[in-house]
Design a protein around this ligand. Structure first.
Ligand SMILES: NC(=O)C1=CN([C@@H]2O[C@H](COP(=O)(O)OP(=O)(O)OC[C@H]3O[C@@H](n4cnc5c(N)ncnc54)[C@H](OP(=O)(O)O)[C@@H]3O)[C@@H](O)[C@H]2O)C=CC1
Ligand SMILES: CC(=O)C(=O)O
Ligand SMILES: [Mg+2]
Length: 808
């Protein structure tokens, strides 16, 4: 059976906006839960072990570079800094470098697992600093529990860093450590588990109280955990108006009560006269539960007993005090948040530390003070009440995320976080006199912040969200290959598409089993088996009709259907699938032939072409033709350019095209140079509004100053070129491979342009990641090409939804 059977019983995720959000988010949660231990370990181990590396920012290639970077040149900045220590910010990385420092005594909710075992978390924080705020990080794990000695070690690191993020250090030592370092150092210090958590949860709390129509002064709080995070949260809530007497706190030995002799001074402040109270008793009629302790210590009954419209922040990581599902199952009127990214309302300090440090570093603040923290709270709370940009909805596969019970705090991928929170923090630092630098032009500062985020990250997010919004059925023609099986299972688990595996069932299942990959949900089709004789017959007939006067007789036509590439293409052609991916194990020309014979080119397209998308540091770059046309004529080159321009627009980008050659604007009279110039003219005639110029050398395309000075007439002056069209296949292919291998750019492709339906052919030996990327492109391509919003299309995918629901 082929996966075409629609199933009308399966209901779609419609309903009112709220239930739609919850449902979609829950499905996303199910996908993430499938993350296996092995996957997490493989992620960390593969390639260069760990998650971060150091990359030089200056050229260091020639003898002269080396003399500048190191001895003798390096002595000059040394002397300049000796003369004026402020110069350290001018000549070194200090101003953008933060230390993430831990002794491993309170790592997530895992407890005292030691400095070595804390390193993956600290590296992870480094990654988040970088991707969300462009801050560089050294993670430092220190084998020292004694607070005095720990302070001395960290203090000695001040010359290196612009700021220090203390992390996962247990209470009460963390209080003393932070206090001492704040007193002794002149750079911003923040214990993230205390203040990052307090800031984020305060913003979420203000919004949750607003939605639940509760007043902070009247709210009754139960706090489980009395450590670093819990104490800082409670203190900030009190600053925001909560009352001391409305808190009851628990540590691992039970309620903090006045009869206990083991309490430190801070805990004593929250001790109550209720020695016989347990968590269950305290939860009755409470308005707010705050969990910063360990996983699974709160029961459904406790949640049931809370006051009307309860607020539950179960923030222990990785497992919350009570699961999202259990909490919402017993209370319809609840606002529920966890520290996890896979449920609604992620209340996690990742929403704060990158932006708080960005703001503090940019004005060279000497500390992170209360005003800066409160500014961050306000900025975050207000941001959640504003309309959500499409890119956030897309990233979470949602239609319309709006302020309400399931959205009380911005999502971590929200690009506005950086440009909202960092300026708020920087302004507060300036106003309270702890900034050593000021910012005069705030608009310019916001532009600068946005630039730091980099377009390439966002582009992949957009593509992946677009794909996940309407997943399509993808045939993988070479499914007896481990890389394909791995990629197909990722495609399925991440909701990118619905893979169909072609090949011998036994072989595919064996490979999957040997490598512990769960493909039990994925249909396997063996085109050679008797079970598909009817399909072969049906496809063979169509193939024969298409090719009978093009060299194929009846016998050959039917025989071809045993070949997986032909069978897969026929599936796409007849609507039994939406896209095909092949080519991992075959040469490119062989893999592409069936697609041309069966699917053919789009209306008005004479020749197909191949394009690569390179994710470079300066943004996405599209290169064509890299795979198909050996020596295109001027007319053909123009066709290729127009196809590329169309495709680039599907990524929501404006194409800015440089037509490359070895000469600049007629500087050579050769046939090759003139051909490119002619192609430019043809394109300009056919689409006068396109931003395009040439013929030009590649270096000119990226050197605006030289272009402006020497060729001020060019359409590309002051344009960021993002498309390179090559004069022939040789140059295109060589350039793409060089950029990929030596330039370190991530490459996605080759993306086939001009076919009527999406078939994509991988390069021999592509990695799992590039296969998944290709699947993303194939799904987006299929969405454009098969009018996905028709009822028939929706019906086709329901078949799959039913499988997924059954499985989960
Ligand atoms: N979502 C987020 O952004 C964040 C979440 N967290 C999470 O909060 C938790 C605590 O972290 P942190 O404050 O840094 O760690 P600490 O070690 O400083 O504090 C842990 C606290 O939990 C208490 N505790 C342990 N077991 C229980 C229990 N069964 N019942 C009640 N209390 C218990 C401890 O009691 P005792 O004092 O007696 O030892 C201590 O007070 C972790 O799970 C962490 O992942 C932390 C920071 C941010
Ligand atoms: C999020 C975090 O910092 C923690 O769980 O410790
Ligand atoms: Mg932490």
């Amino acid at each position: 059976m082929l996966p075409t059977a629609p199933n009308p019983e399966v209901s779609d995720t419609t309903g009112d906006a709220q239930s739609c959000i919850s449902r979609q988010q829950k499905n996303a949660a199910m996908d993430i839960k499938k993350l296996k231990r092995e996957e997490a370990l493989e992620y960390h181990a593969k390639g260069r072990p760990g998650k971060i590396e150091v990359i030089p920012t200056k050229e260091a290639k020639t003898q002269r570079d080396l003399s500048l970077a190191y001895s003798p040149g390096v002595a000059e900045p040394c002397k300049a800094i000796k003369e004026n220590p402020e110069n350290i910010y001018k000549y070194t990385t200090k101003g953008n470098l933060v230390a993430v420092i831990s002794n491993g005594t309170a790592v997530l909710g895992l407890g005292d697992i030691g400095p070595e075992a804390s390193k993956p978390v600290m590296e992870g924080k480094g990654v988040l600093f970088k991707i969300f705020a462009d801050i560089d990080v050294f993670d430092i794990e220190i084998n020292e529990k004694d607070p005095e000695k720990f302070v001395a070690i960290v203090k000695s690191l001040e010359p290196t860093f612009g700021g220090i993020n203390l992390e996962d250090i247990k209470a009460p030592e963390c209080f003393y450590i932070e206090e001492q370092l704040r007193k002794q150092l002149r750079i911003p210090i923040m214990h993230d588990d205390q203040h990052g958590t307090a800031i984020i949860s305060s913003a979420a709390l203000l919004n949750a109280l607003d939605i639940q129509k509760k007043k902070i002064e009247k709210a009754k709080f139960v706090v489980n955990g009395a450590g670093a995070a819990a104490m800082a949260c409670v203190r900030l809530y009190i600053e925001l108006g909560a009352k001391y007497e409305n808190f009851i706190m628990f540590d691992k030995d039970g309620v903090l009560h006045k009869g206990r002799t083991d309490l430190d001074d801070l805990k004593k402040k929250f001790a109550v006269d209720k020695p016989d109270w347990d968590l269950a008793k305290a939860m009755k009629d409470a308005d707010v539960f705050l969990g910063l302790s360990v996983g699974n210590v709160v029961s459904k009954e406790m949640i049931k007993s809370m006051a009307k419209n309860p607020i539950v922040f179960a923030m222990a990581n990785p497992d919350p005090e009570i699961s999202y599902e259990d909490a919402i199952a017993v209370r319809k009127d609840i606002i529920m948040a966890t520290g996890r990214s896979d449920y609604p309302n992620m209340v996690n300090n990742v929403l704060g530390f990158p932006y708080i440090f960005r703001g503090a570093l940019d004005v060279r603040a000497t500390q992170i003070n209360e005003a800066m923290k409160l500014a961050a709270v306000k900025a975050l709370a207000e941001l959640a009440r504003k309309p959500v940009p499409d890119v956030v909805n897309l990233a979470y596969n949602l239609k319309n995320l709006t302020y309400g019970p399931d959205y009380i705090i911005p999502k971590p991928v929200d690009p506005r976080l950086l440009s909202t929170v960092a300026p708020a923090v920087a302004k507060a630092a300036i106003e309270t006199g702890v900034a050593q630098r000021t910012i005069d032009n705030w608009d310019e500062y916001v532009l600068e912040l946005n630039k730091r985020l980099g377009l390439d990250n966002q582009l992949m997010r957009i593509i992946s969200s677009k794909a996940r919004r309407a997943p399509k059925r993808i045939v993988f023609a070479e499914a007896d290959n481990l890389k394909i099986i791995k990629a197909a299972s990722i495609v399925y688990d991440e909701g990118i598409g619905y893979p169909i595996l072609l090949g011998v069932e036994e072989d595919i299942k064996r490979i999957a089993e040997e490598n512990s990959i769960d493909i039990s949900d994925l249909p396997i089709i063996d085109p050679r088996s008797d079970a598909y004789a009817d399909k072969r017959e049906f496809y063979g007939q169509i193939f024969f009709q298409k090719r009978q006067r093009k060299g194929f007789n009846r016998y050959e036509s039917f025989k071809r259907m045993k070949d997986r590439n032909h069978f897969g293409c026929m599936m796409v052609e007849t609507g039994d699938a939406d896209a095909m991916i092949s080519g991992l194990t075959r040469n490119y020309a062989d893999a592409i032939k069936p697609a041309l014979q069966i699917i053919g080119t789009d209306e008005g397209v004479k020749n197909i072409a191949g394009m690569y998308l390179l994710l470079t540091k300066r943004g996405p770059l599209f290169l064509a033709d890299t795979t198909i046309n050996f020596n295109p004529s001027a007319e053909e080159l123009a066709d290729i350019t127009l196809m590329v321009a169309r495709e680039v627009r599907t990524f929501n980008l404006t194409p800015r095209i440089a037509m490359l050659s070895y000469s600049n604007f007629g500087s050579s009279n050769s046939y090759e140079a003139k051909l490119v110039a002619e192609a430019v003219q043809i394109v300009k005639q056919r689409n006068p509004s396109l931003i395009i110029d040439g013929e030009m050398q590649a270096s000119l395309a990226f050197n605006n100053e030289i272009l402006k000075d020497n060729y001020p007439f060019s359409d590309l002056v002051d344009q960021d070129v993002n498309v390179l069209i090559f004069p022939n296949l040789t140059s295109g292919n060589i350039a793409y491979n060089l950029l990929k291998e030596l330039g370190g750019a991530d490459a996605i492709g080759p993306i086939l342009l001009g076919l009527k339906k999406p078939v994509h052919v991988l390069q021999l030996g592509s990695s799992v990641r590039s296969i998944v990327n290709m699947a993303l492109i194939a799904v987006v391509d299929a969405q454009m090409k098969c009018k996905l919003d028709t009822e028939a299309e929706i019906q086709k995918t329901k078949w799959w939804k039913k499988r997924r629901l059954k499985k989960n």
